[in-house]
Ligand binder design. Structure first.
Ligand code: UFG
Length: 355
């Protein structure tokens, strides 16, 4: 078992990944700016993982900080070494993730996502830690011509967010040219959704959500009147876009499989799609959600959203082959766990949040 640094460990993907890593016996140091996440999430991670206060001090250290702060990052590595528990690997999830915001504020995205990753990598190198799992995204494929999408398909991002993810992948692949051996995994997530089955952690967007699942949940719980379905004239069987929705716990288990494989030094460089290989249209999701939750989802078909693509569907076979991972949860599990989280936390982590 290893001591791992999790950047962005309090976020949606981070909190679920921490639960899975702790359960597997890894000890964690989280660094998170809390710009888009809540400290309540990390307290609940400790709760789900059954950590006593003493175990928590040793196994789940939480540091508020920014990955662009080289001094702060350096101290984390130095302190861990002083305690005789050096950081052996990093799961790098910290970053900005709104496609729309990246279009209006591209420099902010290049700074946080690319410069932040560069800072992290240089501090890792200085402390002789060369094992990293990076959160990449299927968005780097842009508008692919054929489906399912394989890792060898062309990288052609169509928005600044995607461009920053592709740039970090390039930076990581350049490190392979170094004499010193790095162990790197780039995980290209498709559409992460769902929540921990306990309902204690889940997705909690700070502002008005852009993504389908948080919006469906908020309509179901009457926080919003209506879901706008973006486009009914796409070249798909029912005219709405198809996505590969992956349960957040499956995604979290993908991180565990990847870091364990790197720590065992089974490979130096992995680029893996993390998806299910099964696609659902927006109308199919509404239908499944209504069945599972028993709630009606009012919706209206409106114009297409800029930047959307008709279909996004993973070929996840490489992840199965290289790290023996595959998604085991289905769309019903996704809808049930999303709804459970929303029902138990109608306003997310902040109970007094104004809607
Ligand atoms: N959708 C609606 N109405 C909404 C929101 C979404 O109809 O109010 C539709 C979209 O048009 C799309 C589908 O629901 O067809 C999924 O949309 P999301 O916004 O949930 O997800 P995206 O596929 O657009 O993007 C997600 C992540 C990105 C990531 C990308 C990877 O949000 O960060 O997957 O391909 F880059």
């Amino acid at each position: 078992m290893a001591r791992l640094l999790i950047t962005g460990g309090a976020g949606f993907i981070g909190s679920h990944t921490c639960v899975v890593l702790l359960n597997a016996g890894h000890d964690l140091v989280i660094v998170d700016s809390f710009a888009n996440s809540s400290p309540i999430a990390t307290a609940r991670v400790a709760n789900i993982s059954g950590l006593t206060p003493n175990q928590e001090k040793e196994r789940l250290v939480i540091i508020e900080g920014d990955i662009r702060d080289e001094g702060a990052l350096s101290s984390i590595f130095e302190n861990a070494t002083k305690q005789n528990q050096p950081i052996e690997g990093v799961i790098h999830l910290a970053g900005l993730k709104s496609v729309m915001e990246s279009i209006t504020q591209p420099l902010k995205y290049w700074d946080v996502n690319v410069n932040g990753s560069r800072c992290l990598l240089s501090i890792m190198e200085a402390h002789n830690c060369r094992t990293i799992v990076f959160s990449s995204s299927a968005t780097i494929y842009g508008n692919p011509e054929s489906f399912p999408i394989a890792e060898v398909d062309p990288i052609q991002p169509i928005n600044p967010y995607g461009a920053t993810k592709a740039a970090v992948e390039s930076m990581l692949s350049n490190l392979q040219g170094n004499k010193a051996i790095w162990h790197i995994a780039c995980l290209r997530y498709f559409n992460p959704v769902g929540a921990h089955p306990s309902g204690l952690i889940g997705e909690d967007p700070k502002n008005i959500p852009n993504n389908l699942f948080p919006l469906v949940c908020q309509v179901a719980i009457d926080r919003r009147k209506l879901l706008n379905v973006f486009g009914g004239d796409w070249p798909t069987p029912d005219g709405t876009c198809i996505r590969d929705y992956i349960h957040i716990m499956d995604l979290a288990e993908g991180h565990l499989a990847a870091i364990n494989s790197l720590l065992r030094k089974e490979s130096n460089y992995l680029t893996l799609n993390i998806g299910t290989g099964k696609g659902y249209s927006v109308l199919e999701i509404i239908n499944e959600f209504e069945k599972t939750s028993g709630e009606k989802i009012a919706y209206k078909i409106v114009n297409r959203r800029d930047g959307d693509t008709a279909i996004s569907l993973a070929d996840p076979s490489q992840a199965n082959k290289k790290i023996s991972w595959r998604a085991t949860r289905n769309i019903e599990d996704i809808c049930r766990d999303s709804w459970n989280w929303q029902r138990l936390n109608p306003t997310g982590f902040t109970m007094d949040k104004v809607i």
